[in-house]
Design a binder for this molecule. Structure first.
Ligand code: P6P
Length: 335
């Protein structure tokens, strides 16, 4: 079968997008180049001891950095120069990342989690880069304010992730279905491997950290129980699969079907809405799963409808197969 590269796929998307100027394509190509550089470092992390803050200096006499800090710096360095962004936001940085004055700019806004799950890397667990792309909503000046770019997930232009595992895959959507590409290191190109991904309407997997049971409210406990009860209305036996790396858990459930849950819990009063972030984790994955025929909710509201009030706003997340997520919504809707 003729292998279609992601470059060809993007060119076709541009050709079929009325008024496309090629700016989105150049943004995406820079994102792909950043991921290839991160892929290289992730794959040799165990060999050249670039894990953790070793405090050593490598052969180029550079300070050795934690892998997620490295990924963050690669993305900021490359994306600042792509010439089509007005600003960026990284899970690793508290504030908006402005584009330096002397750099060309555009009206796209990029949000990313540079290396989600990186605490697992020294156990060789797959980890990922999650990204989300918006158009600037207000203003046109060089200095971008939060209200210029903060938008609900349904306004995303594109969303996706790179998963650095047994192979490195790119899964993304531009609103016209979900497509997966696998990096062929021998040619250094992402090749189409998963055309038009559709997630099963019901799964056999539920993913949640059950250690937090006693910190959940009653509706959350009921929502998890329904997947443990072989006689529930769901009508089937489920398996618990939880890697503790969001992109890995999400990717498996996207392909096989199932539900991933990171509910609100009462462990930390400073995080009443759970651990995961709306803009750089929940919203991009919610766009992907919606495009693949699934659903994503915070229990009461579709993730894509939540109006963010701040950059690192957290949200409970129930995401995956339509029937599984609908069951959770039904439980949360009961009095
Ligand atoms: P917990 C990794 O640190 C992460 O942000 C996600 O990738 C993962 O799903 C979650 O945290 C795991 O959290 O509380 O179960 O260890």
């Amino acid at each position: 079968m003729r292998q279609i590269s992601v470059t060809e796929h993007l060119q076709l998307h541009q050709k079929n997008t009325p008024g496309a100027t090629g700016r989105f394509t150049s943004l995406f190509n820079e994102l792909i180049l950043s991921a290839k550089i991160i892929h290289r470092e992730v794959n040799k992390a165990g060999l050249v001891d670039i894990l953790g803050e070793t405090g050593d200096r490598n052969v180029q006499d550079e300070e050795v950095q934690k892998l997620d800090e490295y990924a963050n710096k690669i993305l900021i360095h490359r994306m600042q120069r792509c010439g089509v962004l007005c600003a960026m936001s990284s899970e690793e940085q508290a504030d908006l990342i402005q584009i330096p004055r002397n750099f060309p700019r555009g009206d796209y806004f990029l949000v990313f989690d540079p290396l989600d799950g990186s605490s697992n890397i020294d156990a060789n667990v797959s980890i990922g880069t999650i990204f989300s792309i918006y158009r600037r909503k207000h203003g046109s000046g060089d200095q971008v304010e939060l209200h210029d770019v903060l938008q609900k997930g349904s306004e995303q232009v594109a969303a996706g992730y790179f998963l650095y595992g047994s192979s490195t895959v790119l899964i993304f959507t531009t609103g016209d279905g979900v497509h997966g590409f696998t990096l062929d290191p021998s040619v250094g190109e992402f090749l189409l491997s998963h055309p038009d991904i559709r997630t099963p309407e019901q799964g056999r997997i539920y993913s949640v950290n059950e250690a937090y049971w006693h910190y959940w409210d009653r509706k959350t406990q009921d929502s998890v129980t329904v997947f443990k009860d072989p006689n529930s209305e769901l009508g089937r036996l489920y398996s618990l699969r939880y890697i503790g790396s969001l992109v890995s858990d999400f990717h498996r459930n996207l392909l096989y079907g199932g539900i991933f849950m990171y509910p609100a819990d009462f462990r930390d009063p400073k995080k009443p809405h759970g651990k995961l972030r709306l803009l750089c984790e929940a919203a991009p994955l919610a766009m992907l799963v919606r495009q693949a025929g699934g659903m994503a909710t915070d229990g009461l509201n579709p993730i894509l409808d939540i109006e963010p009030q701040e950059l690192h706003q957290r949200t409970p997340l129930f995401i995956g197969s339509r029937i599984d997520v609908s069951k959770v919504q039904e439980i949360f809707a009961t009095e």
